[in-house]
Design a binder for this molecule. Structure first.
Ligand SMILES: Nc1ncnc2c1ncn2[C@@H]1O[C@H](COP(=O)(O)OP(=O)(O)OP(=O)(O)O)[C@@H](O)[C@H]1O
Length: 261
């Protein structure tokens, strides 16, 4: 699939690496690009199960894109490769740094006793004054709509509020790419909308942030600037939210007809 037609960009990218020199070869407005990515899991018996097969995608800077597809098609695996948590077997990728991966279960990454302490936690690796830490924490919590919760114990928060705290932690660290793995799967509708609006608002607050959001929920597509649909280890359709929704509805209708005929 030629992704350049989707984005109206004709520049081809000869080689993608993370070095500043290679970066100059990349279309300037692209924050995430994977080309022909393949990945296999190895069993203990030494057999390889291919999960990603020649998978390509490109996300423009400053936008919220969504990634959908049936269970087991490889969405989380692709996101982990983009995050650097897994290494592709082949293919090339570029992701603007700093990048941050937010897990489905917020208890895996919201670990400090209060909201403020949790958002400040990751800032220990920078040389910052107390004032700078306070400012970053306050701005990040403001962006995700959680500034009134600063002193709250994290165990009193809902799942969606914890997700927003995890996102604030990434924002405080000046993260440029958010990789968000099915954050809303187990949330009720209020929490779901709260998280998605927090991400949208973060992108509005800084036009340098890009987000890739894995989801099963078609209704979330209305918040997306664009979306990918994956099947069997590769992206098979790229488009705006409504065209991806139509595509998935048609796919599901055709599957339903086949199984009922
Ligand atoms: N550690 C692992 N070892 C072996 N196989 C794995 C491992 N993790 C994932 N898989 C397999 O890789 C395939 C893709 O998994 P992945 O989690 O990327 O899919 P997904 O599209 O995110 O699915 P879901 O929507 O159900 O979360 C699945 O068949 C899964 O069973």
């Amino acid at each position: 699939m030629d992704l350049s037609t989707v984005f109206g960009v004709s520049t081809r990218i000869p080689c993608l690496h993370s070095s500043p020199r290679a970066r100059s070869n990349i279309t300037e407005n692209v924050a995430i690009e994977g080309r022909n990515l393949s990945f296999s899991f190895a069993t203990r018996q030494g057999k390889f199960f291919p999960i990603l097969k020649d998978c390509s995608l490109r996300v423009p800077s400053g936008q919220l894109w969504m990634l959908l597809g049936p269970n087991g098609c490889g969405k989380s695996t692709l996101l982990k490769i983009l995050a650097g948590l897994l290494q592709p077997t082949s293919g090339t990728l570029y992701v603007t740094r700093p990048k941050s991966f937010v897990f489905q279960n917020p208890d895996h990454q919201v670990v400090m006793p209060t909201v403020e302490a949790d958002v400040a936690f990751g800032l220990g690796k920078f040389i910052l004054t107390e004032d700078e830490v306070r400012q970053r924490v306050s701005k990040a919590l403001d962006d995700v709509g959680m500034s009134t919760y600063m002193q709250r114990p994290v165990q009193t928060l809902s799942g969606g509020q914890k997700q927003r705290v995890a996102i604030a932690g990434a924002l405080a660290e000046a993260c440029k790419v958010l990789l968000l793995d099915e954050l809303t799967t187990f949330l009720d509708q209020n929490d779901q909308i709260g998280v998605i609006k927090a991400v949208k608002n973060s992108l509005v607050a800084s036009d340098e942030i890009t987000a890739l959001w894995v989801t099963h929920r078609l209704e979330e597509l209305k918040y997306a600037d664009g979306a990918f649909y994956m099947e069997n280890g590769r992206v098979v359709k790229v488009g705006d939210g409504s065209s991806i929704m139509d595509f998935i509805n048609a796919r599901q209708a055709s599957y339903f007809n086949q199984t009922n005929s």
